[in-house]
Design a protein around this ligand. Sequence first.
Ligand SMILES: Nc1ncnc2c1ncn2[C@@H]1O[C@H](COP(=O)(O)OP(=O)(O)OP(=O)(O)O)[C@@H](O)[C@H]1O
Ligand SMILES: [Mg+2]
Length: 267
Amino acid sequence: MHKSLKEDDTMSNNAYLSQGREVEIFKTAAENNLPVLIKGPTGCGKTRFVEHMAEQLHRPIHTVACHDDLTAADLVGRHLIGAEGTYWQDGPLTRAVREGGICYLDEVVEARKDTTVVLHPLSDHRRILPIERTGELIQAHPDFMLVISYNPGYQNLMKGLKPSTRQRFVALSFDYPAPDREVVILCQESGIDKQQAQQLVSLGGDLRRLKDHDLEEAASTRLLIYAARMINAGLPAREACTTCLAQPLTDEVETLAAIERLIQAYF
Ligand SMILES: Nc1ncnc2c1ncn2[C@@H]1O[C@H](COP(=O)(O)OP(=O)(O)OP(=O)(O)O)[C@@H](O)[C@H]1O
Ligand SMILES: [Mg+2]
């Protein structure tokens, strides 16, 4: 395995290189019982950051990938039928509220509207979770923290978060790491040498500049890491870039050709 370049992260899977003040801000929010909203493009480090913070704060994390069928019951819990009749099973949100921990709702704008009803009393000063089905009213554990994230790029107007929801959160805006940091991340996550990482990061920068013209979403840090891993495993660099940085980004023949030209300028 590769060696972590960050001194205080001893080979953890959640090694996270901070981009600015986000670690301090998140900690301060956690200590003050405030929920956090993280927005940013795909593959820029949102999930990695939340997992890292959970570790730093010694809190368990309950992650829910939201989708358009996700209902309040998926978060809160439901009655199930067992051998001895029906019983209640807590959902991930309820578990975090009872036992303490971070409940992380990823791509929260995808979730159905009824989920916001349960989030509101939890994300303001009340910190309570009313469970309609059982009549229970749970006061959140002191270590309970609600974290939500979404990608503003995918959002359509209908799905955007309501102001009454947004305004219950401390909000952090994420973007791809600065080039020097992205180089460190690539080395750390893939084991390639610094010079190759620099080439990939420069190529990534060029691809990101293409974004507004031809690409729906720019080349993410995640994809740069994929390319770096493939190169590190011995795949020729051009092939790694085509399969990790060209094909995943577009189907358009002309855009693919433009990306190929960029790749060939670097490798
Ligand atoms: N600051 C960072 N420190 C260390 N690794 C990072 C950092 N930012 C991104 N990464 C790497 O990039 C990968 C993608 O990041 P992550 O999965 O957190 O993205 P995301 O923003 O949650 O994307 P999505 O919106 O698609 O869920 C991670 O697995 C990690 O390897
Ligand atoms: Mg994520």
